[in-house]
Design a protein around this ligand. Structure first.
Ligand SMILES: [Zn+2]
Length: 339
């Protein structure tokens, strides 16, 4: 009787251990998966390595890549106007300066690609708003390799997503937060450039944003409906990007954007989005946007479309990209369409 009870309780304890092991195993698997995107790699992206005259970049990339691993707090965007709280430059032991461009040791200077030698139509797909989720980044990295990733600074996984993308040979651009018409949309998020900033304040915030997303070759705007229609603010921003050897892709969130004329005047390498893939992320709307993209590619031969890591967008993009390649469209990184 006693022995039977003990056997039963032993059997019960056995099942309990098996269940516990399964739960712990699942939890460990989840954690490992969350951490499986690698830290910054120590080699430049393949597309940089491929380009002539960029050989020194590899050596230069390393210190900054390592420096980024620890992350860093965003500076107080208004440090200048608030009476000079310590800023990113001071923290790095560099005196803040507006006259000198910051070191560009981690970046290749961007030079617009020569005109296409083949006559195939070309399309660049940029996926915006990355940095909050490793799952989303993984899904984007599963797409065709020419898809460009635009990473927002100071999000939980910004540095890691950029590093993982570079390690897989993808192009990364900074998705730079720019002031929208409705200030409430900023929601207190860090990294925004605002029209009311002083020239110094704007450069300081820009440098902090650039430092938060390693290996970028260019910048596109996040929001920005107010900022991009302000001629003074855009001249400051594009002048600063020019000094740092970066291109600007206008997300064109307002038809009043002065980015194109300002870039032309300053000689900044520039491109403009032609189409958003998922203003409405429902499958039917994304399918219609992709059909519109097909028409634009036929008409213009060279098109940049921006989408977001919505499951519906990525699910529709995968077959679209395969189809586009089969139909003779050349899918290229955004930088290839910058002029
Ligand atoms: Zn955005």
């Amino acid at each position: 009787m006693g022995a039977e009870k003990r056997r039963r309780s032993r059997r019960g304890a056995g099942w309990y251990r098996v269940a516990l092991a399964l739960v712990l195993g699942a939890a460990a698997g989840f954690l490992i998966r969350q951490r499986s995107l690698p830290l910054p790699p120590l080699a430049p992206p393949r597309w940089i390595a491929r380009q002539p005259g960029r050989a020194p970049v590899q050596a230069q990339l390393q210190p900054r890549a390592r420096a980024q691993v620890g992350g860093g707090a965003p500076p107080d965007a208004d440090a200048a106007s608030n009476g000079g709280a310590p800023d990113a430059d001071a923290a790095n032991g560099r005196p803040p300066s507006t006259a000198d461009a910051p070191p560009v040791e981690a970046r290749a200077r961007f030079d617009a690609a020569p005109a296409a030698v083949d006559s195939r139509p070309r399309v660049a797909i940029v996926i915006d708003d990355l940095g909050d989720s490793l799952e989303a980044a993984r899904a984007v990295l599963d797409l065709e390799p020419a898809v460009t990733l635009a990473v927002i600074p100071f999000r939980r996984y910004s540095t890691r997503v950029a590093a993982a993308a570079i390690e897989r040979g993808r192009e990364v651009i900074l998705h730079l937060p720019l002031e929208p018409e409705r200030a409430a949309e900023m929601g207190g998020a860090p990294g925004f450039l605002r029209t009311g900033m002083s020239s110094d304040g704007l450069e300081r915030q820009l440098d902090a944003d650039l430092a938060a997303v390693p290996y970028i070759v260019g910048v596109n705007g996040h929001m920005g409906s107010r900022f991009t229609q302000d001629p003074v603010a855009m001249e400051r921003l594009l002048g600063a990007l020019h000094a740092r050897g970066l291109f600007y892709l206008d997300s064109f969130t307002t038809p009043a954007s002065v980015a194109s004329v300002t870039a032309a005047r300053l000689g900044v390498p520039f491109a403009q989005r032609a189409l958003f893939l998922d203003h409405d992320p429902r499958p039917g709307a994304v399918a219609r946007a992709l059909a519109e993209l097909d028409a634009l590619v036929r008409a213009r031969r060279s098109v940049i479309a921006i989408g977001h890591p919505h499951p519906t967008t990525l699910a529709a993009l995968a077959p679209w990209l395969a189809h586009a390649a089969a139909a003779g469209t050349h899918v290229v990184p955004a930088s290839a369409l910058v002029r």
